[in-house]
Ligand binder design. Structure first.
Ligand code: AMP
Ligand code: MG
Length: 330
């Protein structure tokens, strides 16, 4: 397949929207990561998303909308809590899980009776979605399991020749995926942490939210149990920022014959080592995270990362780093 690289002008946006309505796959920018879009009302199109990505079919997809009115086309009921989130927090990097309408096929939800819905904050994303008219399923536009793409060039690296088009927009601002908030049950549950924090959600809802930390305990969000975001080379993750410990790990790897690289908060503390800055604040760390992994895997053969920030957003970044490292922590 010849993948077309489309620009953000009226003509190309019309083409992109037309492609989606014809059942083709179009990758597009959002503020979190690039998404791989398909017409949510076209079962064959949705199924081809799983094939292009190599994604397990029991990992449900998020349906993307450009306006609040579209949500009621997809959700069967909108609870008072859901209404509060939709009115006060959307559009933003948050996904809500609500009871689904029957028009939403089981192949989108992996057989669940609920559907995940997101209205991106990115104006480029919503412009594209408006041109699609229909709601659009979109997982990250990468090969399943790899670090998510935050530029259109990274989408090309993984999916060139496998999808009809890439809408070449801006690099993603946030850099990690949306917060997933399940509002389909009796109590609100955060199934995946993101830039929208529990505190922000609690403020809007006026009640406590539960963060589901152990993915195995929650069958409700099958996607979170997969190894994810992994570079092609092995990775270890330090959680306390202890310079001596990190240096020790690095030296041992060198002794074993590796050409390792440190991805750390203060590379200047590691004289004589290959060392790259992970970011000077949480926003920067998230923004560069997946791109850093994709750059470093080409130049080295082992990544030793360290991240010790303790903010609410840092917990969301850590969630990704731990999966990238395949839980190889020290
Ligand atoms: P991804 O598209 O890979 O960024 O991931 C989508 C995330 O949303 C995964 O963690 C899914 O498990 C989650 N998700 C999608 N649909 C549902 C649903 N109906 N119920 C719970 N979680 C969902
Ligand atoms: Mg993904």
């Amino acid at each position: 397949m010849n993948t077309q690289y489309l620009q953000f002008n009226e003509k190309d946006l019309s083409t992109a929207g037309e492609f989606i309505r014809q059942g083709k796959l179009v990758a597009f920018p959002t503020e979190t990561v690039y998404g791989l879009g398909a017409n949510a009302f076209d079962v064959e199109a949705v199924k081809s998303t799983y094939v292009a990505k190599g994604r397990p079919s029991d990992n449900p997809l998020i349906v993307h909308v450009h306006c609040k009115e579209q949500i009621s086309q997809i959700a069967r009921t909108i609870s008072p809590d859901a209404e509060k989130i939709i009115d006060n927090l959307m559009p933003a990097s948050i996904t809500v899980v609500l009871p689904k309408r029957s028009i939403i096929d089981d192949c989108i939800t992996a057989g669940l009776d609920t559907v995940a819905i997101r209205m991106p904050e990115s104006v480029q994303a919503r412009t594209f979605l408006r041109h699609c008219v229909v709601p659009v399923t979109a997982p990250s536009a990468n090969t399943s399991g790899r670090p998510s793409p935050t530029t259109w060039q990274r989408v090309r690296d993984d999916l060139d020749g496998k999808i009809s088009a890439v809408l070449c927009g801006e690099p993603c601002n946030v850099g990690i995926e949306s917060t997933v908030l399940d509002l389909s049950g009796d109590e609100p549950l955060i199934l995946r942490p993101g830039i929208v924090t529990p505190e922000q959600i609690e403020k809007v809802l006026g009640k406590k939210v539960t963060i589901v930390t152990d993915p195995k305990s929650k069958v409700n969000s099958p996607g979170v149990r997969y190894k994810h975001y992994a570079p092609k080379i092995p990775m270890a993750l330090n959680l306390d920022g202890d310079v001596a410990k990190i240096k020790d790990c690095y030296d041992n790897l060198v002794k074993e014959g590796f050409n390792p690289v440190l991805l750390v908060e203060s590379p200047q503390s590691f004289k004589g080592c290959n060392a790259v800055c992970i970011g000077t604040n949480d926003d920067e760390v998230a923004h560069n995270l997946f791109e850093n992994l994709r750059i470093l895997e080409n130049d080295y053969d082992y990544i030793v990362a360290s991240f010790s920030s303790k903010t609410a957003f840092a917990q969301s970044i850590l969630n990704r780093l731990i999966r990238s490292a395949g839980n190889n922590l020290f």
